[in-house]
Design a protein around this ligand. Structure first.
Ligand code: SF4
Length: 169
C-alpha cells in the first residue's frame, strides 16, 4: 500500500515537476531492485493520503504531475483511484511506473493514466522470468503493453542493460 511520498521530483517523469508516491509491495524479486525495501507488501502508513492531499492543495501551482512508483504500483490503482482523481482535479497528469505486473488493474483504471513507464527486464521469456523470479512475468508484461496500446495510453519501455543484470547477479 501507499507508504511515503517525495514532495517534488524533477527526475521521476523527466520534463515534469512531480509529487512521487511510493507503494510497498511487489511480487517480483529482481536481484538488482533499486527499491528492495519496497518489495515486501506493507499496510498504508496512517495519514499519508491526507498529507499528500494537503501537499497538492498547497503546492498545486508548482506541481504538474503525480508519479506512482514502488514496489509495483499497478497492483494498487483501484485502492488509490480517489487520490489519483483528487490530483487530477488540480490539473496534475498521472504517470505510472510498472514492470507490467497487473494489466487488469491498468485496464480498469486506464482513464486516469496519462503516461506509463514500463520496465522490461529482459528480451526473452526465459530470461525475464529468471530475473523476476516469477513464472508468467513475461506474459504479464505483454498483456500490459496490449492494454496500453488498446487504450492508446502513451508509454515508453525501459530496457534493462545486459551488463547491469550481469553485474548484479
Ligand atoms: S519489479 Fe521493480 S520493484 Fe519489483 S523487484 Fe523488480 S525492480 Fe524491484
Amino acid at each position: 500500500m501507499l507508504v511515503k511520498f517525495l514532495p517534488l521530483s524533477f527526475v521521476d517523469w523527466p520534463g515534469h515537476n512531480s509529487v512521487t508516491l511510493f507503494f510497498a509491495g511487489c511480487s517480483y524479486r529482481c536481484p538488482f531492485c533499486h527499491n528492495k525495501e519496497l518489495q515486501r507488501f506493507a499496510p498504508e502508513v496512517p495519514g499519508v493520503v491526507e498529507d499528500i492531499e494537503a501537499h497538492i492543495e498547497r503546492h498545486s501551482a508548482l506541481l504538474d504531475a503525480m508519479v506512482l512508483t514502488g514496489g509495483e504500483p499497478s497492483i494498487f490503482l483501484s485502492d488509490y483511484r480517489e487520490l489519483i482523481e483528487y490530483a487530477r482535479s488540480f490539473g496534475l497528469s498521472i504517470c505510472l511506473h510498472t514492470a507490467g505486473y497487473n494489466a487488469m488493474e491498468i485496464e480498469r483504471n486506464h482513464d486516469i493514466l496519462d503516461y506509463v513507464i514500463v520496465d522490461g527486464k529482459a528480451e526473452t521469456e526465459e530470461e525475464h522470468e529468471r530475473i523476476t523470479g516469477f513464472p508468467g512475468s513475461w506474459h504479464r508484461l505483454h498483456s500490459t503493453i496490449r492494454v496500453l496500446e488498446n487504450y492508446q495510453i502513451p508509454f515508453e519501455i525501459h530496457r534493462l542493460e545486459r551488463k547491469e543484470a550481469d553485474d548484479e547477479n
